[in-house]
Each structure stands twice: as structure tokens, then as C-alpha cells.
Write a protein that binds this ligand. Structure first.
Ligand code: NAP
Length: 460
């Protein structure tokens, strides 16, 4: 059997794990082109994981090993839907795996959400991580109080990043602009708002624990927020892992006297924002106190009517991500995913999905390995069963891109970017200084393509 030609679209964790599983296949052998709309690979590992979590970012070393496998190629700055279409890819490849993640933020749907000074957490994260689309954002960190809405790990990342000291930021690859803004910031208090109680918080214990270990910020929890209703008490009794450990940590924080550090992170529970207030920019967040009620097997928040106004100059809305549709590919608006069964897209030929666009924005990086493997197994089963009608009439991707005059960055181009960034970071004791401008990335990633840059052939 000839090698199967598969495009994996989106080079974050799900795409990288999918590429790896495909390239490990012996029957059929598979050639993988990993496409990304950015000139750089690894998605949220490069541009989402917080810069002070260098150990988590180290997963990219495993992805580099995948890239070294025969049959792998990378095409950066290739966006499906604008540079090339889904139908065009179907002519080039035998199968397509979409691993495009969840590229936008969920909305709160409250008045004042779009006032200047109110941002999606995704924008803040992309900005401090050097995402080339977000470097124009001007975060005004001069106000005394910032509010982070949401109780997940992204909210914790945002709260922690706002509270890091110059010494904590110095050895990271946070952009220089973000380091200068955070260190020079007037923010003294960061208030995190959870709409449900401590037992229902979505963050995970290691991330919560870290908040209590910051050099420059005390973590504050009001004992009244830890009082449990009967349903939460039962849920806690049943839980041996996340909720129990979170609750223990929160009790520990509540009992700890503040050490007088320059900043405070206040964790509030049972409060929902009802409006973001201000004239021409954010001045405060109005919240309502909630109580918890059981609805079927869920414990949900119900507003009590008790209102409170929290003065703040910056609001980061961190209430989850949402997938966006790809032109020509089925999409379920409600879940923000491509409808699929175990990774095989419904109603789209030779099309597969993995990661957040398959299951929604949940889980940690490693979750995507199992998820991508499930999809790839199904794809290979389909190939073995003759269910992939293979397209051999189409042009190659590079011919298609050349015909369109598209500039793309191949893996050697990414390695040039990587080397330049590492070289800039080395004398400063930082892992890298990221290139953050599109033109600079494309320029550095462009190089004279030699015949050896073309597909690494399989040994026959
Ligand atoms: P998430 O874990 O789904 O958390 C979203 C939070 O927003 C929940 O607390 C949710 O509360 C709250 N929320 C939703 N709608 C709301 C509303 N209208 N008003 C107030 N609160 C609302 O999402 P995430 O933080 O964006 O993280 C996405 C995924 O990435 C997660 O699986 C996360 O663990 C992972 N991640 C991991 C790390 C890490 O491992 N260090 C770092 C970052 C992200 P309810 O529970 O009440 O709905």
C-alpha cells in the first residue's frame, strides 16, 4: 500500500499527538503535513501555557521528536479557510484531521462587557505570551484593583501573572512589554470571582497551591465563602481528588494571616458579575451573591438578589474558550465543536477531528494524547477497510501554495526562528526572547528551500 497522505490542521498538542500517532503507523505508512495558521508550531504550548510554567512548555521537546520522524513536514502561515480551502485539501490529501482548538472566548452576556478595560482572558494570555495577533493590545495596569471572572486554570494563570515580581518574571519568555507593564503596574489587588462554591471550582490543586507560594502576593480567602451547603458537603465527601484537595488548600489560605506582601489575590466564591460599570472605561464590577441549588445531578448557582459593587479598572473575563467554524466543514454552534463520532467528523468525507474542536475546551495537555490516538486509530481503520477514497489527482500542497503566491514557513524555517529566539534569550538567562511581529517571523522563517527540505522520503 502506498503511504497515506494526511493533513493535520493545527499544530497544538492535539495536532502534534495526532501527527505522532499517524507517523508511528506501519500499515499503512503515513506521511503527515502539519499545517498552522501561525508561522510557529505547538499552539497553546507556545502561546497559551503561562511563561512561568517552563516545565509544562517542555512538552514541545516530545513534539520536536515527532517532527524528526520520516514523513513529517510543517507548513506554517497556512490558514485553512483563507490560504487554502477544505475542498482543496481534500484533493491533495487522503484524509484531513482538524485539531484547530477553540479559538475564541465565551461571552458573559452582561452590560458593559465591551467597555475599554474589559478584556477576554484569552487576549491577555496571548499578549503576554507574544502571540503576533495580540501585540497591539494596550493593557492599562495602572489601576489598583483587577477583577478576573471565572474559576478555572486560565483565571488562575491570569491572576498569578498579574502578581508575579520582576525576579519571578525575569527568567521566563514573557514578552518584554508584558514584563515592563506587570512590574510597573499599580495593581495591588486581584479579585477572582467564582460563580459557584469552592467545591465546584474548575481549577486544579497544583495551580491553586502555587498561588499560595508567590513571592509578591498574599492570597486571601474569606472563611464565610468556605461554608458548605448540604449538596456541596456530599459532593466533597464523595471526592477524593480535585475538590477535596482544593478545599483543603482554601481552608489553609483562609487560616493564614496576610504576610504584608505588596499584592493580594482575593479568591471570592458564590458571586456572579451582573454588569461591568463605567463611563468611557471600566470603573467597577457589579456582582450578585449566589446560592447553590441542585438541578438534576448538577449543583448550579442561583442569584439571591444581594448586590455588591467592586471598584476595578481592569476586568479579565475567563469563562472558557469556544470553537469557531471552518468554512466548508460542519459545525455545531451550541457546543462549538465539529460534530463527530469518536473523532470521525459527521457529514464530511475523509475528515477527522481531535482535541478541543472534537470534545470542547477541557482537560490538560496530556488529555489530547488519548483523544488524538482514538481519532487516529479510527482513521487508520478506515484506511485499512478501504473507506478512504484516496485523492491522487490533486496538486501537491507546495504547488498549490506557490500558485497562490502564499508565503509559508517550513520546519527548517521554524528551526531558524527557534534558534534566533533562543540565541536572544541565552545571554539574559531566559529560555528565549520571542519574535512577536508577523513580518519578523516570516522573514526569519523564510529561507532558500533546498531539495532536502522536501518531504523526508521513507527508506524503501
Ligand atoms: P474552565 O476550566 O472550563 O473554567 C471556566 C470557568 O468559568 C468555570 O469556573 C466556570 O464556572 C466559569 N464560568 C463559566 N461561565 C461563567 C459565567 N457566565 N459567569 C461566571 N463564571 C462562569 O476553562 P479555562 O479556565 O478556560 O480552562 C480551559 C481548559 O484548559 C481547562 O481544562 C483547564 O484545566 C485547562 N488549563 C490547564 C492549565 C494547567 O494545567 N496549568 C492552565 C490553563 C488551562 P462553572 O463551573 O460554574 O461553569
Amino acid at each position: 500500500m502506498d503511504a497515506l497522505r494526511v493533513a493535520v490542521v493545527g499544530s497544538g498538542p492535539a495536532g502534534s499527538y495526532a501527527a505522532d500517532a499517524l507517523l508511528k503507523s506501519e500499515e499503512p505508512r503515513v506521511e503527515v503535513d502539519l499545517l498552522d495558521r501561525l508561522p510557529t508550531p505547538w499552539g497553546l504550548v507556545r502561546l497559551g501555557v503561562a511563561p512561568d510554567h517552563e516545565n509544562i512548555k517542555a512538552v514541545s521537546r516530545a513534539f520536536e521528536k515527532t517532527a524528526a520522524r520520516p514523513g513529517f513536514r510543517f507548513f506554517g502561515n497556512v490558514e485553512v479557510g483563507s490560504t487554502v480551502g477544505h475542498e482543496e485539501l481534500l484533493r491533495v490529501y487522503d484524509a484531513i484531521v482538524y485539531t484547530v482548538g477553540a479559538q475564541t472566548d465565551r461571552r458573559l452576556g452582561i452590560p458593559g462587557e465591551d467597555l475599554p478595560g474589559s478584556w477576554a482572558a484569552t487576549e491577555f494570555v496571548a499578549w503576554y505570551n507574544g502571540h503576533p495577533d495580540f501585540q497591539h493590545c494596550k493593557f492599562d495596569l495602572s489601576h489598583e484593583r483587577a477583577v478576573v471572572v471565572g474559576n478555572g486554570n486560565v483565571a488562575i494563570d491570569c491572576a498569578r501573572m498579574l502578581a508575579l515580581t520582576a525576579e519571578e518574571l525575569a527568567p521566563t519568555d514573557t514578552t518584554d512589554e508584558a514584563i515592563a507593564a506587570i512590574c510597573g503596574a499599580g495593581v495591588k489587588e486581584i479579585v477572582m470571582l467564582g460563580r459557584r462554591g469552592p467545591v465546584q471550582a474548575a481549577f486544579t490543586p497544583p495551580e491553586l497551591k502555587e498561588l499560595g507560594e508567590l513571592a509578591g502576593a498574599d492570597v486571601i480567602v474569606e472563611p464565610r465563602d468556605l461554608a458548605l451547603d448540604a449538596a456541596s458537603r456530599r459532593a466533597l465527601d464523595l471526592d477524593r481528588e480535585r475538590a477535596r484537595r482544593n478545599y483543603e488548600l482554601l481552608e489553609e489560605f483562609a487560616a493564614r494571616p496576610p504576610a504584608g506582601k505588596p499584592r493580594r489575590i482575593a479568591l471570592r466564591f458564590l458571586v456572579s458579575p451582573v454588569a461591568i460599570l463605567g463611563g468611557d472605561r471600566v470603573e467597577a464590577v457589579e456582582v450578585v451573591r449566589n446560592e447553590l441549588v441542585e438541578e438534576g445531578d448538577r449543583i448550579v448557582a442561583r442569584p439571591t438578589g444581594e448586590l455588591e459593587v467592586i471598584p476595578a479598572g481592569l476586568v479579565l473575563r475567563s469563562v472558557g474558550y469556544k470553537g469557531v467554524p471552518l468554512p466548508g466543514v460542519p459545525f455545531d454552534e451550541r457546543s462549538g465543536t465539529i460534530p463527530n463520532e469518536r473523532g470521525r467528523a459527521a457529514g464530511a468525507e475523509r475528515t477527522y477531528v481531535a482535541g478541543w474542536i472534537k470534545r470542547g475546551p477541557s482537560g490538560v495537555i496530556g488529555t489530547n494524547k488519548k483523544d488524538a490516538t482514538e481519532t487516529v486509530e479510527l482513521l487508520l481503520e478506515d484506511a485499512r477497510g478501504g473507506r478512504l477514497v484516496r485523492a491522487h489527482d490533486g496538486p501537491s500542497l507546495e504547488d498549490l501554495l506557490d500558485a497562490k503566491g502564499a508565503r509559508y514557513v517550513d520546519y527548517a524555517g521554524w528551526q531558524a526562528i527557534d534558534a534566533a529566539e533562543r540565541a536572544a534569550g541565552e545571554p539574559l538567562g531566559r529560555p528565549r526572547v520571542k519574535l512577536t511581529a508577523w513580518e519578523k517571523l516570516l522573514e526569519t522563517g523564510a529561507h532558500k528551500r533546498l531539495p532536502t527540505d522536501r518531504r523526508t522520503p521513507f527508506a524503501s
